[in-house]
Design a protein around this ligand. Sequence first.
Ligand code: NAD
Length: 425
Amino acid sequence: MSLFENTLAQIEKAGSLVNLDDEIKLILSNPQRRVRVSIPIRMDDGSLKIFQGFRVQHNNAMGPYKGGFRYHPQVDMEEVKALSAWMTMKCAVVGIPLGGGKGGVMVDPKQLSESELERLTRGYVRMLEPVLGPEMDVPAPDVNTDSKMMDWFADEYSKLKGKDMRGVVTGKTIEAGGSKGRSEATAQGGVFVLEEYIKDKGLNPKDTKVVIQGFGNAGGVAAKLLAAMDFEIVGVSDSQGGLVCSHGIDPAGLMTCKIEKNSVKNCGIHVEELQGIEGATCRVVTNEELLEQECDILVLAALENQITIDNADQIKAKVILELANGPITPEADEILNKNGITVLPDILANAGGVTVSYFEMLQNHDDKYWSEEEVAEKLKKTMVDAWKAVFENSQKYKCSLRNAAFVTALIRLEEKIKEKGLNKL
Ligand code: NAD
């Protein structure tokens, strides 16, 4: 099954629980617009290269298309279609007036210099310019894209339009009109959901072992936030491999080491030294082994399709927090469910990022900027409300939290599509 077929299976399953109108299902099963661009870039050595870029605008019933763009060698149309549909669902789950979009460029950004990356980002904007805009489609950071690139994006689009159009993209640096709290928002939103979930479970963070797959924006910040709450981080991985430590990991120290030594897997001795705990040991594990470690909470914060039919039965965590999009396939989801493992699903758990992106759009529009506390308070309220709606639906429809999150989104989307008469065209 392709990633987009996975998404359709999720819509089908949740749709059947609420008798979703067939025409609404048809609308939501077909992205409204798919754009494929060829971006010519002059490389530092003087040669010309063409990079393939994508933008999918899945649905704008709720508001302008919204969703990040990534730089990764495996980006393709099927992946971007799925990611854009999840954005539509995610915005509906948290109840913000935005639709779903997503983009990406097929590139290994590690092979490009900073100036080549800048030319690529600006080239991507020039190619997509006709379909972008603060009231049309507003991209944001995703895998391998960051706030500096969002600043280039805003600058290029503003140049094309001949005026300040910083609201065309979110996740910018504070200096360029970004929101406070945006870089922490995805992880923070997930942590708010986790806190709600564990409230009744009597879990004591000190006795709760956490493993985190992915140590970038989502996973790195999650590690920092969870360690600050006294959870014990026992394993972390990045694209090169993982590290599992007997006496916990200090995320700040590990991040410093990763920057210096390129991967967490090169930081074992460093971590022991930092902790100063006698007898503490760390061992390097493969990405596959990391997922199968003994732990209470597994945070997935890397890429899609990480838990599949092949490894679902080996997962030992009791709870999985999906900060990544689509890290568990539908077949694997069923196995985890059967094995009593609770999944806090992506379209709820990682919606903090798009929520603070929406706050950034509001601040750019009014040219008034909020304090960090104001952002955190509003984010918490949005995430807790979304959690309550999803939890209630899981009870009402006697289904998993994932199905309940889709149910929550589909009910709201059906209502909006009918209210706007988008099914009557
Ligand atoms: P990032 O590029 O900052 O970090 C990705 C991390 O995953 C890196 O540490 C990378 O080395 C690691 N990684 C890649 N392949 C791996 C593998 N096979 N095993 C272990 N680690 C691997 O990206 P990010 O922004 O943190 O995004 C991570 C996930 O979160 C993606 O699925 C993204 O769509 C999702 N997400 C991000 C945001 C956001 O605001 N950045 C919002 C919502 C969802």
